[in-house]
Design a protein around this ligand. Structure first.
Ligand SMILES: *Cc1c(COP(=O)(O)O)cnc(C)c1O
Length: 427
C-alpha cells in the first residue's frame, strides 16, 4: 500500500465512532423493576421459600422453553456451568476432552478442574473447531468434546455431532458467547448432550455474573445439580422426584461446590433475556447490510459462517492475504475513523488464544500430587507448544475484526462499508 494514496485524506468517518457494550447498554427500567421486586420480597436465596416463586427457577423455565431442552440449571458463572456439565457427564481423571485453540481460557480450565486433560485442536476459517482436526485428535482416552460458538458464530455442528456420535463422545456446547444463536433452526446449547451459557458482563445477556446449564440428559442434569451445590439434596426441592422415579438415574449424592445462582442475578438475567430475539434481529440486519456492502471486495475474505441465519452477529471478521497487509489494513481503517483490531498480534496476550494459556501450556495444576497430566489414571500423552496450531495462528493474524452492537445506525454501517472499500482499494 502506498502511503501517498492517503495523502491529505479526509477520513470517511469524522464524527466519533459509536461504541456500545451489547448487554449492559440495555440495562433500564425492566432490570430495575425485576431487581426491586426481589428486594421487596426480601428473598435473595432460591431455596428460601416456594420453589415455583423463585427467580432462578423462573429463569430455568424460560431457557428450557427457549431452547427446547428438558432441564435447565442456573449457576453462578459460565465456567461453573462447564465444570458442572463435565462432572455431570462423568468426565474425570484419565479422560481427554477436545477443545478448540480459539476460545476463552475457561473452556480449558473447566476440563482441568474436572481433572481431565484438554486436547487443543485447530480452528478453521470459521474461527470455530475444525471438524477434521477434532476427528484426528480422538484417542481411546477421549471422553468428550467442547465445540465453542465463538463470537456468536455457530460451529459446524452436523459434522461435529456425526464424528462424536461415531466415537461415542459426549458433546458439551460452550454457548457463553452465543446466547440467542441457532444452528439449522435449533437453539445453540440444545444440539449436544449439554450446553453452557454465561451471563457475565460482556455476553449478550448479562447479570454481572451467572450461567446456565442446559441438557435433556437426566443423568447429566442429576450429577451436575449435585455438583453445583454441596447440599443439593437437603433443600427439600423436588427437582429429581418429578421425573426421577421412572428413570435410571443414580441420585446418590457426592461432594459438590456452591455454584448456586442468587435471586438478584436471576432477576437481572430474566429482564435481559426478554430482549434476546429483538437484539439478535437488529444485529443480524445490521451485519447483513455490512456484509452485502463488502462481500464483493477482492483481496478480503469474509469469515465463513456455518449457518448465517443462526449467527448472533455482533462480530464482523474478514481476512487479508498476508499478516503485513492485515496490520496495515487495520491501522488504515483506524485512521478512517473505524475502530477495529487484528485478533492475534494485538500487542497483548489475548486470553482467547491457546498459546497464551500459560498454565495449560506448562501443564501446571492446582497441586503436583493432583495433576491431570501425571495422574496415575491417565494413560495418554499430550505435548503443548505455542506453535502447535499454526493454522489457527495464521487465520487469527490475518483477521480484521470489528465489534458490532445494537445501537449502531444504518449510517454507521454505511460508513464502515465505505471505509473498508476505500482502504481495500488502496492496497
Ligand atoms: C465468558 C466465557 C466463558 C466463561 O464464562 P464466565 O461466566 O465468565 O465464567 C466460557 N467460555 C467462553 C467461550 C466465554 O466467552
Amino acid at each position: 500500500m502506498e502511503a501517498s494514496k492517503f495523502n491529505d485524506r479526509k477520513p470517511v468517518r469524522t464524527k466519533p465512532w459509536s461504541f456500545g457494550l451489547i448487554s449492559s447498554e440495555e440495562i433500564g427500567d425492566l432490570e430495575k423493576e425485576y431487581v426491586l421486586r426481589v428486594l421487596q420480597k426480601k428473598r435473595l436465596f432460591r431455596y428460601g421459600g416456594r420453589q415455583d416463586q423463585s427467580e432462578a427457577y423462573a429463569l430455568e423455565q424460560m431457557y428450557k422453553e427457549r431452547t427446547k431442552v428438558k432441564h435447565g440449571l442456573a449457576v453462578n458463572a459460565g465456567t461453573s456451568a462447564l465444570i458442572s456439565a463435565l462432572i455431570g457427564a462423568g468426565v474425570g481423571p484419565g479422560d481427554e476432552v477436545i477443545i478448540p485453540s480459539y476460545t476463552y481460557i475457561a473452556t480449558a480450565t473447566a476440563v482441568l478442574i474436572a481433572r481431565a486433560v484438554p486436547i487443543i485442536v485447530e480452528v478453521d476459517d470459521s474461527l470455530t473447531m475444525d471438524p477434521q482436526a477434532f476427528e484426528a485428535a480422538i484417542t481411546p482416552h477421549t471422553k468428550a468434546v467442547i465445540p465453542v460458538h465463538m463470537r456468536g458464530v455457530p460451529c459446524q455442528m452436523d459434522e461435529i455431532l456425526a464424528i462424536a456420535d461415531k466415537a461415542g463422545l459426549t458433546v458439551i456446547e460452550d454457548v457463553a458467547q452465543a446466547n440467542g444463536g441457532s444452528y439449522k433452526g435449533r437453539a445453540l446449547g440444545s444440539l449436544g448432550h449439554a450446553g453452557c451459557l454465561s451471563f457475565q458482563q460482556y455476553k449478550l445477556v448479562t447479570a454481572g455474573e451467572g450461567g446456565m446449564l442446559l441438557t435433556s440428559d437426566d443423568s447429566i442434569y442429576a450429577r451436575a445439580s449435585i455438583y453445583h451445590d454441596s447440599a443439593f439434596t437437603f433443600w427439600g426441592n423436588d427437582r429429581f422426584a418429578r421425573w426421577g422415579t421412572e428413570s435410571s438415574v443414580d441420585f446418590d449424592p457426592f461432594p459438590g461446590e456452591n455454584y448456586r445462582m442468587s435471586e438478584l442475578n436471576a432477576a437481572l438475567a430474566m429482564a435481559q433475556s426478554q430482549r434476546i430475539d429483538s437484539l439478535v434481529d437488529r444485529l443480524q440486519r445490521l451485519k447483513g447490510r455490512i456484509v452485502e456492502g463488502i462481500r464483493d471486495i477482492p483481496n478480503i475474505q469474509l469469515q465463513r459462517i456455518p449457518d448465517p441465519a443462526g449467527d448472533v452477529s455482533y462480530s464482523l471478521v474478514f481476512y487479508l492475504p498476508t499478516v503485513a497487509q492485515a496490520q496495515r489494513f487495520s491501522s488504515e481503517l483506524q485512521q478512517e475513523g473505524i475502530p477495529n483490531g487484528t485478533i492475534d498480534n494485538n500487542g497483548f496476550a489475548d486470553r482467547h488464544i491457546y498459546k497464551n494459556w500459560t498454565y495449560v501450556m506448562n501443564k501446571v495444576a492446582i497441586s503436583d500430587k493432583d495433576n491431570p497430566w501425571t495422574n496415575e489414571h491417565y494413560k495418554g500423552h499430550v505435548e503443548y507448544a505455542p506453535d502447535m496450531c499454526p493454522r489457527t495462528l495464521d487465520w487469527l493474524s490475518r483477521a480484521i475484526s470489528v465489534s458490532l452492537h445494537q445501537s449502531m445506525t444504518d449510517e454507521d454501517a454505511d460508513d464502515l462499508i465505505e471505509a473498508v472499500r476505500k482502504v481495500a482499494a488502496a492496497i
